[in-house]
Ligand binder design. Structure first.
Ligand SMILES: Cc1cc2nc3c(=O)[nH]c(=O)nc-3n(C[C@H](O)[C@H](O)[C@H](O)COP(=O)(O)OP(=O)(O)OC[C@H]3O[C@@H](n4cnc5c(N)ncnc54)[C@H](O)[C@@H]3O)c2cc1C
Length: 506
C-alpha cells in the first residue's frame, strides 16, 4: 500500500467513471484529493482486462453524445481529457441493429433519419412515432445539466417524473409491437422493463445515442488512463489495492476521515463514496445515520447482473465495425431478459453483440467480440461466498452451459464461430461483483425503476456532513449518468451552478 500521504481536503472512494470525475473536479478547484481503489486496476467498469494476452473492454463498449459539441464531448473537454482520447464514429446509417427471428431494424443517427425510416417502415404508426420522438426531445430539454443550454436552475425538472416508457408509448397511441420494441430498445442498456422505467431516464439514453454513437479507441481503459493522468497532473493522488473499510464520523455527524483494510487512517473533512450505496452506507458508524435510512439503503433493489462472453475469432470481422447487434431469439413483447424466462426454459437469452477490436486502429491477431446479457445474481447464490477462480467444477459447468446458450444466436450473425473461434471465456454476476463490489454484480448499479432512479432511491446528499454519494446507482446508469452524478455530488461543495457555467464556457 505504501504511505498514503496527506493531509487531504477530500478522499474519493472508488476509481470508476464517477470517482475519477469527482476527484478531477475537486482537484481542478484546488482541493488536495486522494482516490482509493480496492481493486488492482483503476477504473471500475472502465477497466480493460486481459484474457490470453488480449485486452477486453469491461463496461465501455459505446457511448452517445461524443460528436463535437455534443454532451459527453463537452464534459470531457471541460475535464481536460478530450484531446487525450480518440474515438470511432459508429455507422450513421445503422449503429445498432435489432435482430428478431423474422424482422430487423437498423437504428440510424439523427432524428430526421430515424423518423423517416420508422415512418416509411410503419406508415400506420407515423403520428405516434413523431409524437414519441418529440416527447424524447422535449424531455431532455428540461435538463440543463444534459443539454448545457443556458438556465437559472441547472438541475431541471422532468415534464412528468411519474411517466414510464410504457406510459409514453401508450399515450402516443403506438400499437405495433415492432415499433414499441424499437423505440424502447434501450431498456436493454439500463436493464429495466418499459412499465417500470422512467421516461426521463430513457430519453437521456435514447437522445445521446441518436445524437451520435461512438466507441473510444482503447476502450474504457483509455478514458480511465486519461482521467488518472489528468488528476495526477493537478496534484491529485490515486492509489490501487486500498480498500476503505470504515468512514470516521464525529459525534456531530461530521466526517473526519477513512480507515483502510491495511490499518491506515487518512484524515479528510470530505469523503465522496463513488461506489455501491449499500457498501458506502455500511462503512458509516451506527451513530452517523438513522436506522431507517440504513434500512432503506440496504433494501434498495439491485439491478440485473451481467453475463458476458469474451471471444477471440480468427477471421475478418470488419463488417461488424460500425454496428452493434441486439439479438432477440424470441418474439417481441415477451421481455425474456426481465422475466428471466430463458433461464428456466433452457433457451438462449437476448444478447448484445459488439466486435470491439474491429474499431481499434492497427489491431493485430484474432478479433475480440463481446457478448452480453443480463442475469439475476440469485441464480448463483450458492457460490456467493466464493472468489473468482476458486468456485469449483459445478460453477464452471453451469457457466459453460450458459455460455453455450448465449452463443447460440450469435452463430447466425458470426458463422465464423463454428470454424474460427480461438477462445471463449465467460463471466457471471459474481465475476462483476468481485472486481467492482457492485451488489449482485449489477451492470448498471441499482435497479433503475421509477422508485429508485434519479436520486429517488438514494440521494447523493446524506445527513453526515462531508459525506456524499456518487456513481451510477445515485442518478442514472452508464458512463454519462455516472459522470453527471459526480457533478451533482461535487456541486454540493463547489456549487452546481458554478460547475454548470464552467462546463458551458469550456
Ligand atoms: C458489461 C458492462 C457493459 C457496459 N457497457 C456500457 C457501455 O457500452 N456504455 C455505457 O455508457 N455504460 C456501459 N456500462 C455501464 C457503465 O460501465 C457503468 O454504469 C459505469 O462505468 C459505472 O461507473 P461508477 O463510477 O458509478 O461505478 P464502478 O465502475 O462500479 O466503480 C466503482 C469503483 O469503486 C471501487 N470500490 C468499491 N468499494 C470500494 C471500497 N470500499 N474501497 C475502495 N474502492 C472501492 C470498485 O472497485 C470500483 O472500481 C456497462 C457496464 C458493464 C458491467
Amino acid at each position: 500500500m505504501g504511505d498514503l500521504g496527506g493531509p487531504y481536503d477530500a478522499v474519493v472512494i472508488g476509481s470508476g467513471m464517477s470517482g475519477l470525475v469527482a476527484a478531477n473536479l475537486l482537484a481542478m478547484h484546488d482541493r488536495r484529493v486522494l482516490v482509493l481503489e480496492q481493486h488492482h486496476h483503476f477504473g471500475g467498469y472502465l477497466q480493460n482486462f486481459m484474457l490470453h494476452r488480449t485486452p477486453f473492454d469491461s463496461g465501455c463498449h459505446y457511448v452517445g453524445g461524443m460528436g463535437e459539441g455534443q454532451v459527453f464531448d463537452r464534459y470531457l473537454r471541460y475535464l481536460g481529457v478530450r484531446d487525450a482520447l480518440s474515438v470511432e464514429r459508429l455507422d450513421e446509417d445503422g449503429f445498432d441493429v435489432l435482430d428478431y427471428p423474422d424482422w430487423s431494424f437498423a437504428i440510424p443517427m439523427g432524428y430526421a433519419r430515424l423518423e423517416a425510416r420508422l415512418v416509411e417502415r410503419f406508415p400506420d404508426e407515423a403520428a405516434g412515432v413523431r409524437r414519441f420522438l418529440a416527447e424524447v426531445r422535449q424531455e431532455v430539454l428540461q435538463f440543463p445539466m444534459y443539454t448545457l443550454a443556458a438556465a437559472e436552475d441547472p438541475m431541471g425538472r422532468s415534464l412528468d417524473p411519474d411517466r414510464t416508457v410504457a406510459d409514453v408509448l401508450d399515450a402516443c397511441g403506438l400499437r405495433d409491437l415492432r415499433v414499441r420494441e424499437i423505440l424502447s430498445a434501450y431498456r436493454a442498456l439500463y436493464f429495466v422493463p418499459t412499465h417500470e422505467a422512467s421516461f426521463a431516464m430513457h430519453a437521456f439514453v435514447f437522445d445521446s445515442f441518436v445524437q451520435g454513437a461512438y466507441a473510444f479507441h482503447g476502450g474504457g481503459n483509455a478514458v480511465m488512463k486519461a482521467l488518472v493522468a489528468r488528476l495526477r497532473a493537478q496534484g491529485g493522488v490515486a492509489r490501487r489495492r486500498v480498500r476503505v473499510t470504515a468512514v470516521d464520523v464525529d459525534d456531530h455527524r461530521r466526517v473526519r476521515g477513512v480507515h483502510t483494510a491495511d490499518g491506515a487512517y487518512v484524515e479528510a473533512p470530505l469523503v465522496i463514496a463513488a461506489i455501491d450505496p449499500k457498501v458506502a452506507v455500511s462503512l458509516l458508524p451506527d451513530h452517523a445515520v438513522r436506522p431507517a435510512y440504513r434500512h432503506r439503503v440496504e433494501r434498495l433493489r439491485p439491478g440485473i447482473g451481467g453475463l458476458g462472453a469474451y471471444l477471440r475469432v480468427d477471421a475478418d470481422l470488419s463488417r461488424l465495425r460500425g454496428t452493434n447487434h441486439f439479438l432477440q431469439p424470441s418474439r417481441e413483447g415477451e421481455d425474456p431478459l426481465f422475466s428471466q424466462a430463458w433461464l428456466e426454459a433452457g433457451t438462449p437469452p437476448p444478447v448484445f453483440v459488439t466486435a470491439t477490436s474491429t474499431r481499434e486502429p492497427g489491431w493485430r491477431g484474432p478479433h475480440t467480440v463481446v457478448v452480453l446479457s443480463g442475469m439475476r445474481a440469485d441464480a448463483f447464490a450458492r457460490w456467493a461466498d466464493t472468489r473468482t477462480g476458486a468456485r469449483g467444477a459445478d460453477y464452471e459447468a453451469l457457466k459453460a452451459e450458459l455460455g453455450a446458450r448465449m452463443l447460440a444466436p450469435v452463430r447466425a450473425l458470426i458463422p465464423e464461430l463454428d470454424t474460427h473461434l480461438v477462445t471463449a471465456d465467460f463471466s457471471t454476476p459474481l465475476t462483476h461483483r468481485d472486481y467492482t463490489l457492485n451488489g449482485g454484480g449489477a451492470i448498471y448499479g441499482i435497479h433503475h425503476d421509477m422508485r429508485q432512479s434519479a436520486g429517488r432511491g438514494v440521494s447523493w446528499r446524506t445527513r453526515v456532513q462531508g459525506f456524499l454519494l456518487s456513481g451510477h446507482s445515485v442518478l442514472y446508469p452508464g458512463l454519462i449518468g455516472a459522470m453527471i452524478s459526480a457533478f451533482y455530488s461535487c456541486g454540493e461543495v463547489l456549487g452546481l451552478r458554478r460547475l454548470f457555467e464552467e462546463v458551458r464556457a469550456a
